[in-house]
Design a protein around this ligand. Structure first.
Ligand code: ZN
Ligand code: ZN
Length: 371
């Protein structure tokens, strides 16, 4: 069948809005009609050549929710009409990590920048018949996606699908970083550097964990206003050494128990590290362009301060566990989702959406297909 897609054709080109041909799902796959897809910065890193993918053309988009249209013959337990959230790391179910329930560490994860389906073949072609890849084995910037069942989590139908798309990436990434990676405890103090999609959800997560002080730092003043609405107790516009000093001033010279690096680690990791208390945690959720190979941390400081620097992808917990959990917190009124969406776009306007993200106008822009 034909469907409209936003196709990544080359670095620094706008996404090409064009019809592609999408094939029937294979035995373990499903055809999903995409209802909403978030404009996450990760796709932008690909468009800028900062996160390399193995092939072009490719349909980007990995923060998607939709409705199952058709299922392959080996798919059980997922049916046409089911509402689903797509996971940007598949859970193959059989690797050593998946067998322990650690789907965010699935052995197939490193393949998400390659382009083909989980089985190594393609389901998308352009008008010239050239194979088109799908980023994260999802390809959510399109009206339809064929995905393996390993990338699918069925959700209850009461949650609007534009809100459901948010729990595909940014919300679990941020909330999970606080809950499952740093394991923020009641009355802990927290610093969040970069109040975008991940950072705002770290703030929400830290608040859920009972943090007593949540310091939000960003260079865009509007984001600091939003940060307070999401639970930040203090906000800072400083960067670099000035940021470290300001955090120390707010914490009796001690530093925070947990610092989260949610934007530009080459510039923010060291100031965040130095704003962290002895024995504290520094969690990196933001991607660094793969053109940057090193970030300096003085090793003596690392040793004597006894701090931990750790990475987190997908909030360091299985999306199969987190997605239903987060939707339940939303229903209880303890997790904000609607407030995260600052602008919606048609697929045709997706490049405007990314320009808005880059201009600091959006917390989360979402492409909706029903408008
Ligand atoms: Zn993302
Ligand atoms: Zn696996």
């Amino acid at each position: 069948m034909d469907c409209l897609a936003a196709v990544f054709r080359d670095i620094d080109l706008p996404l090409s809005i064009e019809p592609i041909v999408i094939d029937e799902p294979g035995a373990t796959e499903l055809l999903v009609r995409i209802a909403a897809v978030g404009l996450c910065r990760t796709d932008y890193h690909v468009m800028r050549g900062e996160r390399r993918v193995a092939m072009k053309p490719m349909v980007l988009g990995h923060e998607a929710a939709g409705i199952v249209e058709r299922t392959g013959r080996q798919v059980v337990g997922i049916n046409p009409g089911d509402h689903v959230v797509l996971t940007f790391i598949p859970g193959c179910g059989v690797c050593r990590w998946c067998r322990q329930g650690l789907h965010h560490l699935c052995a197939q994860g490193p393949r998400i920048t390659q382009g083909p389906q989980l089985d190594g073949t393609y389901r998308r072609r352009d008008r010239e018949g050239v194979a088109v890849g799908s980023f994260c084995m999802i390809g959510g910037f399109a009206e339809y996606a064929v995905v393996d069942r390993a990338s699918v989590v069925v959700i209850d139908k009461d949650v609007p699908l534009d809100l459901a798309s948010l729990v595909a990436c940014g919300v679990p990434a941020g909330v999970g970083a606080a809950r499952y990676r740093a394991r923020v405890k009641r009355n802990d103090t927290v610093l969040v550097v970069g109040c975008g999609g991940d950072g705002m959800n770290v703030i929400q997560g830290a608040q859920l964990c009972g943090a007593s002080q949540i310091i939000a730092a960003d260079i865009v003043p509007a984001k600091l206003v939003w940060a307070r609405e999401f639970g930040a107790t203090d906000t800072l516009e400083q960067q670099g050494e000035e940021l470290t000093k300001a955090v120390l001033a707010l914490t009796d010279g001690i530093g925070v128990n947990h610092a989260f690096v949610c934007i530009d680690p080459p510039a923010t990791l060291l100031p965040a590290f130095r704003a962290t208390a002895k024995a504290g945690n520094v969690v990196v959720t933001a991607l660094t362009p793969d053109t940057v190979s090193e970030i300096s941390i003085p090793p003596l400081e690392l040793c004597v301060s006894q701090k931990a620097i750790m990475g987190a992808v997908y909030g360091f917990a299985s999306p199969r566990v987190q997605i239903p959990e987060l939707l339940s917190l939303y229903r209880q009124g303890t997790l904000k989702l609607r407030e995260l969406i600052t602008q919606t776009y048609r697929l045709e306007d997706i490049n405007l959406g990314y320009a808005d993200l880059q201009a600091g106008k959006n917390l989360r822009g979402v492409v909706r297909f029903d408008t």
